[in-house]
Design a protein around this ligand. Structure first.
Ligand SMILES: *Cc1c(COP(=O)(O)O)cnc(C)c1O
Length: 227
């Protein structure tokens, strides 16, 4: 079995190769090691191997990693977020990837102002009809983006998606491409470039990089299957 460090080196090499194929600079792509369900000691091994960004999808685990990892490490929130839990992450989160509704954005804005911080957020876009997985419908994205753009304490940095579970490779690539088009259209609408595209997980991050991802969120390939 390979070590966590070897797994990370493999993922980095594949990101670099994907960049090479499409003429991108690998420094544009940030690898987020998804540490959900992984013990802080194990997450620390990834940090020792050079990981600077980790991702969590539950508030309690987020706090656990925050308290056990170096404060310099960026901890991203990538899961569905309830409004009443925003207060637990707002002051030290690197970026919230999963903003998908106005009420959530308003609460982040309110708490960010209270904590005197500016919170980087991505809007999660949903490309399937499964509401449980979160994400705003593409048709509703421009209105939500405009509202978030005007909210104090929020810094809109781009878009995030999770490919539909049942999508094949071709459909997944189409989804990534669509997210990029939406990002470019929004940038036009807002009159400034939205930098980030958070897309790609263990099964599809190379394709996501080919399609323009700036954040890839990789768990299983680094830490092994979650139990
Ligand atoms: C769990 C999770 C990931 C990582 O998935 P892997 O397939 O283990 O790489 C990425 N993004 C989100 C939103 C997740 O919940």
């Amino acid at each position: 079995m390979k070590t966590i460090e070897e797994n990370i080196r493999d993922v980095e090499a594949k990101i670099a190769a994907a960049c090479e194929r499409v003429g991108r600079d690998p420094s544009e792509v940030t690898l987020i090691a998804v540490t959900k369900t992984v013990k802080p000691e194990t997450a620390q091994l990834a940090v020792d191997a050079g990981i600077q960004n980790v991702g969590e999808n539950r508030v309690q685990e987020y706090r656990n990693k925050r308290e056990n990892l170096d404060p310099q490490i960026n901890v991203h929130f990538i899961g569905q977020l309830q409004r009443n839990k925003v207060k637990y992450i707002v002051s030290d989160v690197a970026c919230i990837h999963s903003v998908d509704r106005l009420s959530l954005a308003q609460e982040i804005s309110r708490r960010a102002q209270g904590a005197n911080v500016s919170v980087r957020v991505l809007i999660q876009v949903g490309f399937d009809d499964d509401e449980n997985r979160g994400g705003v419908a593409p048709a509703e994205l421009p209105a939500l983006a405009r509202q978030i753009e005007d909210m104090p304490g929020l810094e809109l940095c781009g878009l995030m998606c999770v490919a539909p579970v049942d999508a094949d490779a071709q459909q997944t690539r189409a989804v990534f491409r669509q997210l990029r088009v939406l990002r470019d259209e929004l940038s036009q609408m807002l009159g400034r470039k939205l930098e980030h595209l958070s897309m790609g997980m263990s099964g599809d991050y190379e394709m996501a990089v080919e399609e323009g991802a700036t954040f890839v969120r990789v768990g299983t390939t680094i830490f092994g299957a979650r139990v």
